[in-house]
Design a protein around this ligand. Structure first.
Ligand code: GLN
Length: 454
């Protein structure tokens, strides 16, 4: 399937077919041996998975879609990748993304662009656009992505697939190339809620190698989905519609129609629906675009031409640590990475720190308090995943136009809470995503509600 369609889709940066086939044979053997022993092999044993090229894979090139890491072969696996290998899910290859996961369209990859399988002239979302496109085009049944400000949920929304950003700290960040460490959350992507749950159960576990890993990661998501599907009953569930994200300027009318139709389905299943205001969400986007670049500027400082990947010597003049670093970073980072590094170092600099970074951290606390208050009244909160459907390549060339579209997904990252996007229908022939949010560690609620809506 990959050789048939990926020339047009461009979901993958690297495919190792021989290795994937060898893994599949090993999985078959493990299944047979497991059966012979009377044991039950893992349900996903032998089911192939596509992995965003932000996860370190031992022996397989990992680039973060950046020239600065071109050709880098990690000597170790990310913990989430180790989990895939232990459950014997063959890894098909590494998927395209916006450079270092910075963007919402996968147009900011240093290597190529990925097309939306629904319309090849449109973006697949981002930054996990390669993973979403691989799943939507039937190149892979499952994929891993990462979500720092919406990068799992938004590409899932615009490709008609399911994506989950788990509770921060419940899927290990170890071996996932860092963008903004206090926000980065790896998670599962698939075509159905159950498939997403099955993959969530493989990768969601405590990891002593990640200092922010929680020791009580929620388990058993697939069992929740199966139980919810059997009953299809949401009686007693309190659903809160976030009033700040319930349409208005910038939202497609077709997206809002699809959103309200999904709300009616929740009510029909017995849930009560109430509108709830989270007043500080109006400032969440601004806070994110200060905190995120601050962390980016710190995390990307390690690409200095000495330790990893690219090394460029200056065209003229002395070759010193400083000139090599400047030449390497100048040649190795794309425009979006440079923009965020400059913004981040500015907001962290003496004299501006309190005004920008300090204020943004205060807003983050206020957003967290808004959510805490909302959970007194609702079990889950809902909104459209993205204000619009997939746009045409080049349509959002102005960075601010792209950033603004993150307004619906960013609050969950600031609060560390789990979120799911699942398809709610079409608008103008393009998929629309429905977003469900839940309190920290209550990822099970996303799956319960998602299973009934699907
Ligand atoms: N689109 C957002 C950004 O550009 C989110 C990216 C992400 O979640 N990795 O920062």
């Amino acid at each position: 399937r990959i050789s048939a369609v990926d020339g047009a889709i461009g979901a993958f940066l690297d495919v190792d077919a021989d290795k994937a086939l060898a893994d599949a044979d090993a999985a078959d053997a493990a299944r047979a041996a497991g059966r012979a022993d009377g044991g039950a092999p893992h349900e996903l044993t032998g089911v192939p998975v596509a992995v965003k090229d932000l996860f370190a894979t031992r022996g397989q090139v990992t680039t973060a879609a950046s020239r600065i890491l071109e050709g880098w072969v990690p000597p170790y696996d990310a913990t989430a990748v180790t989990a895939l290998r232990e459950a014997r899910l063959p890894i098909l290859g590494k998927t395209n993304l916006d450079e270092f996961a910075m963007g919402g369209s996968t147009e900011h990859s240093a290597f190529k662009r990925t097309a939306n399988p629904w319309d090849l002239g449109r973006i697949p979302g981002g930054s996990s656009g390669g993973s979403a496109a691989a799943v939507a085009s039937y190149e892979a049944p499952l994929a891993l992505g990462t979500d720092t400000g919406g990068s799992i949920r938004q590409p899932a929304a615009v490709t008609g697939t399911v994506g989950v950003k788990p509770t921060y700290g419940t899927v290990s960040r170890f071996g996932v190339i860092a963008m903004a460490s206090s926000l980065d959350t790896p998670g599962p992507m698939a075509r159905t809620v159950l498939d997403t749950a099955l993959l969530h159960d493989v990768v969601g576990a405590h990891d002593p190698l990640d200092s922010t890993s929680l020791d009580d990661a929620p388990r058993g998501m697939a069992a929740i989905v199966r139980a919810a599907r059997a009953g299809r009953d949401l009686t007693g569930l309190r659903v809160g519609v976030i009033s700040e994200l319930d349409g208005g300027e910038g939202y497609d009318p077709g997206v809002m129609d699809s959103f309200h139709a999904a709300l009616a389905l929740l009510e029909a299943a017995g849930a009560s629906v109430e509108t709830i205001s989270l007043p500080h969400l109006d400032y969440a986007l601004d806070a994110y675009y200060l905190i995120m670049p601050a962390e980016v500027s710190s995390n990307l400082a390690r690409y200095d031409g000495m330790r990893y990947g690219l090394r460029v010597e200056p065209a003229s003049g002395p070759v010193t640590a400083e000139t090599v670093m400047a030449a390497t970073r100048g040649a190795g980072f794309g425009d979006e990475a440079k923009r965020r590094i400059i913004l981040g170092t500015h907001v962290l600099s003496a004299g501006y720190y309190d005004a920008y970074y300090g204020s943004a951290q205060k807003v983050r606390t206020l957003v967290q308090r808004d959510f805490a208050a909302a959970w007194e009244r609702a079990d889950v909160l809902v909104s459209p995943t993205a204000p619009i459907t997939a746009y045409r390549f080049g349509e959002k060339d102005d960075p601010l136009a792209m950033y603004t579209l993150d307004v619906t997904t960013i609050p969950a990252n600031l609060a560390g809470i789990p979120g799911m996007s699942l398809p709610s229908g079409l608008s103008g022939g393009l998929p629309v995503g429905f977003q469900i949010l839940a309190p920290q560690r209550a990822d099970n609620r996303l799956y319960r509600v998602g299973a009934v809506l699907e």
